[in-house]
Design a protein around this ligand. Structure first.
Ligand code: FAD
Ligand code: MLT
Ligand code: ZN
Length: 501
């Protein structure tokens, strides 16, 4: 599936600086000149950059149509040396740079705020090597996740992560955001599966740490610093990653449930009964489902609506064994009254149909006039409590009259297995009255419940100012120190990630 690059909402997107007037351009950054462009042309060639206003706009606007920068230049390097030459020059000249992968960030991290140069990784898309015995893949960071996954499928392997943006997002962008997604429950986080990285530091130095070893206890594990650093301390150019064998037997089931307690019970039982073959456990509420059905064709997978839905995937090596286990589990769910209804996919097409519902929630919400997206992690038991509290706070708390409320829905879905819920507040338009009510209220709630304000999507420009709700002042100070050591001129992805105020 190749996603559309940008949200289908066609309203004009105002500049980030107009919408969030607190930002001031850092006057220490140089403004781009014709001489700079000529210099870049000498590195990337005539076809290696874009400065035509019409062609620039998709690179300046984010996937949600929420943030819009004003970059006059996109660079499209083809190899690590070109990126090194570009950064060395930018660092000397104090030209600010935003690394951009597939531009599917949901935190506004991938687009500039002012006139930062965009360094697009889209032409860095070579697979470098694959070891058919260990499953270790090395590739350029600009390879699209789905392309890698399809390439591996032919060799009996798969990428250890999967997300609905797979048709557009790049492995480098995934690592830069430490993306979680739908397979984390089974294959763990990128902090575990990434074995090595090649990174260009802001001064142009190439840090070659493309290890293909599973075990290596020599010195600080520097690659970990770049996983989840959102393009602020280096540009990831190469990736070495451990890929699992593709399972021979995959089953997918979707169940309808009456309460969030039932969702938790179903999860507990799934871990117990399906144990080693459980590969995904996702949930969504009926409100999300209604929005999905409003925007996408739906083939009546279930005839009735339920308050909650779960999608369970099993992946193993013996179909008969897995079928038996899943049938037993589903029987228990129905007999115990935990699930009210359920379907099991009978073939690849039906597997895709079920996954399409879960994968399509983000796209469906993207078709609403405006959405405030949150990706918090909190202890599972509190997930539904949080959604209800937010609903009450925004809709029923009496702040807005029922008729005049700018809020049309508060919906929740996510990765139950990872304690990660996506709370989406749907509104008639972007409205500061609503955002002021949500923030910092939600972040305070999350901190009080020992959660994280961002489980997946990162901080970018959407959550950087709220980092203190998840990290102590000492930790933030150390992060700032590290940023200053690696990027003393602050040229990489400025104004984002760390609190500016
Ligand atoms: P971009 O959006 O281009 O960039 C993201 C950040 O990384 C930016 O700060 C950018 O500067 C930096 N960056 C990009 N490439 C590099 C590089 N090579 N070196 C250094 N920095 C770089 N996230 C999840 O965690 N789980 C999900 O399930 C999930 N589902 C999604 C579904 C949809 C439909 C969409 C639109 C997004 C979803 N996301 C999800 C958000 C997720 O962060 C991104 O999809 C993905 O990981 C970002 O990759 P990208 O290549 O698009 O990076
Ligand atoms: C998901 O799990 O679907 C993604 O993280 C995107 C979203 O939050 O909508
Ligand atoms: Zn997610």
């Amino acid at each position: 599936m190749v996603l559309r690059r940008f949200s289908s909402v066609t309203r004009p997107v105002s500049l980030t600086v107009e919408k969030f007037p607190g930002y001031n351009r850092n006057h220490r950054f140089k403004k781009l000149t014709d001489d700079d462009v000529s210099y870049f042309e000498s590195i990337v060639g005539k076809r290696g950059y874009i400065c035509n206003v019409d062609e620039l706009s998709p690179y300046n606007i984010d996937w949600m149509n929420k943030f819009r920068g004003q970059s006059p230049l996109v660079l499209l390097p083809r190899n690590t040396q070109q990126i090194s030459d570009i950064l060395q020059y930018c660092n000397e000249q104090k030209l600010a740079v935003v690394p951009q992968g597939g531009n599917t960030s949901l935190a506004g991290g991938s687009v500039p705020i002012f006139d930062e140069i965009i360094l697009s990784m889209r032409h860095m898309n070579r697979i470098r090597s694959f070891d058919n015995v260990s499953g270790i893949l090395t590739a350029d960071a600009g390879c699209i996740l789905e392309v890698l996954d399809n390439w591996l499928a032919e060799k009996g392997y798969m990428m250890p992560l999967d997300l609905a943006a797979k048709g557009s997002c790049q492995i480098g962008g995934n690592i830069a955001t430490n993306a979680g997604g739908l397979r984390l429950l089974r294959y763990g986080s990128l902090h575990g599966s990434v074995l090595g990285l090649e990174v260009v530091l802001p001064n142009g130095t190439v840090l070659n740490n493309m290890s293909t070893l599973r075990k290596d206890n020599t010195g600080f594990d520097l690659k970990q610093l770049f996983i989840g650093s959102e393009g602020t301390i280096g540009i990831i150019t190469g990736v070495s990653i451990l890929t699992p064998l593709r399972s021979k037997a995959v089953n997918v089931a979707m169940l309808g449930l009456n309460s969030f307690e039932d969702v938790q019970d179903a999860f507990k039982h799934a871990r117990l009964e399906l144990s080693e073959i459980l590969s995904a456990f996702e949930f969504w509420d009926n409100q999300s489902f209604q929005i999905y059905k409003k925007h996408f064709p739906y083939k009546d997978i279930m005839t009735k609506d339920y308050p909650f839905y779960i999608l369970i995937e099993t992946s193993g090596s013996n179909k008969r064994h897995d079928d038996e286990k899943l049938t037993d589990y589903l029987g228990q769910m129905m007999n115990n009254g935990i699930a009210q209804d359920g379907v099991v996919a009978q073939d690849q097409k039906q597997i895709k149909d079920l996954w399409d519902v879960r994968d399509g929630l983000t796209g469906a919400l993207g078709k609403e006039p405006a959405v405030y997206k949150y990706d918090i992690s909190i202890p599972v038991a509190n997930i539904w409590h949080c959604a209800q509290d937010m609903r009450h706070h925004l809709c029923m708390g009496g702040v807005f009259g029922e008729k005049d409320s700018p809020v049309t829905d508060v919906v929740a879905y996510g990765h139950i297995g990872d304690g990660n819920v996506h709370l989406n507040i749907v509104t008639k338009d972007l409205d500061t009255r609503v955002s002021d009510l949500i923030e910092p209220y939600l972040f305070e709630w999350v901190a009080k419940h020992q959660g994280s304000i961002s489980a997946e999507h990162g901080l970018g420009v959407a959550k950087n100012e709220f980092l203190g709700y998840s990290k102590t002042p000492e930790m933030i100070e150390l992060m700032k120190t590290l940023k200053n050591i690696l990027d003393p001129n602050g040229i990489l992805n400025p104004y984002k990630y760390l609190p500016q105020t």
